[in-house]
Write a protein that binds this ligand. Structure first.
Ligand code: F6P
Length: 372
């Protein structure tokens, strides 16, 4: 019988357990495989910490949030071990061999796809399942977690309207999505936000103020603004562009590392800006402004039906792929069907919201301000 290891890595997302169950049921029941689950993402693989999964351990987890295996954001080639950063690739390859594994299944987002590719290149056979509430994984239409987060964020935008209109306030609601704006855009449209700010469409404060003033003239003395974590004003967007160019132009690994470090610092120093933006809007419009950060509420709790369904489809398709001996791939969806994409292609790429995307057009059609 084939022996397979499975792990969940990166931020937790609703549907991870449904995917573990989907994969496990098919792997064990349909294909007669043996399955072990590594604890805490890549860290458990490095430390050879695992549990044996059987049909009873897969029972009762379909509806449970988070991941029963635990997770971490550890990077394969840069893992902190006793206070020192170490490349654990070889160690992981040894653990894989020691356990006589035929395949490793990784459930995670873009960062995990990069780790998965690294392990594939080190000789492991890796199949990746796309998970993220950000919906930013290149090469797949869907990723589990997003549908649930969309419901939660939409409800938040709905509910924030009460305080906004009762108190005649501006409420900025910060929604997850540090690189791509899918969640803020989707929840903003579905929740009827008046303005939506996403990283892909840099904003100017003038345009945001203009929209709020225009609403005031219509007798609406409040506005709800959906702000993606990674939303950028136009000047900051220029700086990011330059930082990206410097990374591209770097002619040695050292200058590249430095350029990347500088970009990270640029990004980190920008994180608090929803508060800054609120302060500026209050000064410019005379309307009291408040910020609500949704945070981890968006990732928590039971997955909605759409995520359970997707996770089960991707999980079972993953088991079939492993049974076929496939490796170096991500299971994906395209046009409503499950398909596969090579890890080589997806790793390191981000699925941004195209500026002419349907959702963007729809938002504009319903007179939502996009800050540009
Ligand atoms: O990857 C999903 C995500 O929700 C991002 O949008 C967000 O920036 C990140 O997780 C934060 O998660 P953590 O605090 O766990 O690193």
């Amino acid at each position: 019988a084939k022996r397979v290891g499975i792990l969940t890595a990166g931020g937790d997302a609703p549907g991870l357990n449904a995917a573990i169950r989907g994969f496990g049921r098919a792997a064990i029941g349909e294909f007669g495989m043996e399955l072990i689950g590594f604890r805490d993402g890549m860290r458990g693989l490095a430390e050879n910490r695992f549990v044996t999964l059987d049909s009873s351990s897969l029972s009762g987890i379909l509806t449970v949030g988070g991941t029963v295996l635990g997770t971490s954001r550890d990077k394969v080639h840069r893992m902190m071990v006793d206070g020192v950063e170490k490349d654990m690739t070889e160690k992981m390859a040894k653990v894989y061999e020691k356990n006589k594994l035929d395949a490793l299944v990784t459930l995670g987002g873009g960062g995990t796809a990069k780790n998965a590719l690294r392990l594939q290149k080190a000789g492991l056979n890796v199949v990746h399942l796309p998970k993220t509430i950000d919906n930013d994984i290149w090469g797949t239409d869907d990723s589990f977690g997003f549908a649930t987060a969309l419901e939660i964020a939409t409800e938040a935008v709905d509910r924030l309207h009460s305080t906004a209109h009762s108190h005649h306030r501006i409420i900025l609601v910060e929604i997850m999505g540090h690189r791509a704006g899918w969640l803020a855009l989707g929840a903003g449209i579905a929740g009827g936000a008046d303005i939506i700010l996403i990283p892909e469409i840099p904003y100017t404060i003038e345009k945001v103020v203009e929209k709020i003033e225009q609403r005031k003239k219509q007798g609406k003395h409040f506005s709800v603004i959906a702000v993606a974590e990674g939303a950028m004003d136009i000047e900051y967007a220029q700086r990011v562009k330059i930082a990206d160019q410097l990374i591209k132009d770097a002619d040695s690994p050292e200058t590249k590392a430095l350029a990347k470090h500088n970009k990270d610092r640029l990004t980190d120093s920008h994180r608090e800006s929803t508060f800054e933006l609120a302060r500026k809007l209050e000064a410019a419009t005379g309307l009291e402004s408040r910020v609500t950060i949704l945070g981890y509420v968006q990732r928590g709790g039971t997955p909605v039906g759409a995520d359970r369904l997707l996770a089960t489809r991707l999980g079972t398709a993953g088991a079939a792929a492993v049974a076929d001996g496939a490796g170096g791939i991500m299971i994906a969806t395209k046009g409503g069907e499950t398909t596969t994409v090579s890890l080589e292609k997806t790793a390191g790429r981000i699925k941004y919201v195209p500026k002419d995307h349907d959702w963007v057009k729809a938002a504009r059609e319903v007179e939502t301000g996009l800050g540009d």
